[in-house]
Design a binder for this molecule. Sequence first.
Ligand code: HEC
Length: 138
Amino acid sequence: MKLGPLPKFISAFSDDLLAARRIDHDRAAPDAVQPAVTAEYGEYLANTCRGCHGPNLAGGLHVGPPGSPPSANITPAKSAGIGTWSHDDFIVALRDGKRPDGSDIDQAMPRWGQFMNETEIEAIWKYLQSAAPVEQQS
Ligand code: HEC
């Protein structure tokens, strides 16, 4: 199966992310997940996000260089998370590092458009909408 540049990025990225993937014993093996715009494929890819946004994606982890903001809550919670974001808001955030209000997302958050193709980003969006909302400020 073709995965695009993301796995290479993950393996080059950090030991933390690799560790986060290794302990996910319950998740489907990559070979069993078809690359398509499905929540299932998105969930597999979102393991990358969990390395910084936490196992429940509610953020609050300090992952960047000193002085970086904590990771954000990216669950579909309406106030604490990205539950009010549109599909396009999400795509712009991942590709261009901009929030819906036009503000910049800190550089501690990778510009995913460089590492992921459209199918991968769309699958993650689909999965995140189905993830459990966590109403907790990060
Ligand atoms: C290397 C660590 C890291 C990884 C991996 C990471 N993020 Fe982030 N992300 C951050 C940090 C730190 C912030 C907060 C930046 C800020 O406050 O300006 C953030 C912010 C965000 C935001 C903005 C949320 C908001 O309300 O402002 C979104 C959306 C987001 N991340 C999505 C993702 C997705 C989807 C993934 C997986 C593909 C991911 N992130 C992987 C570190 C990371």
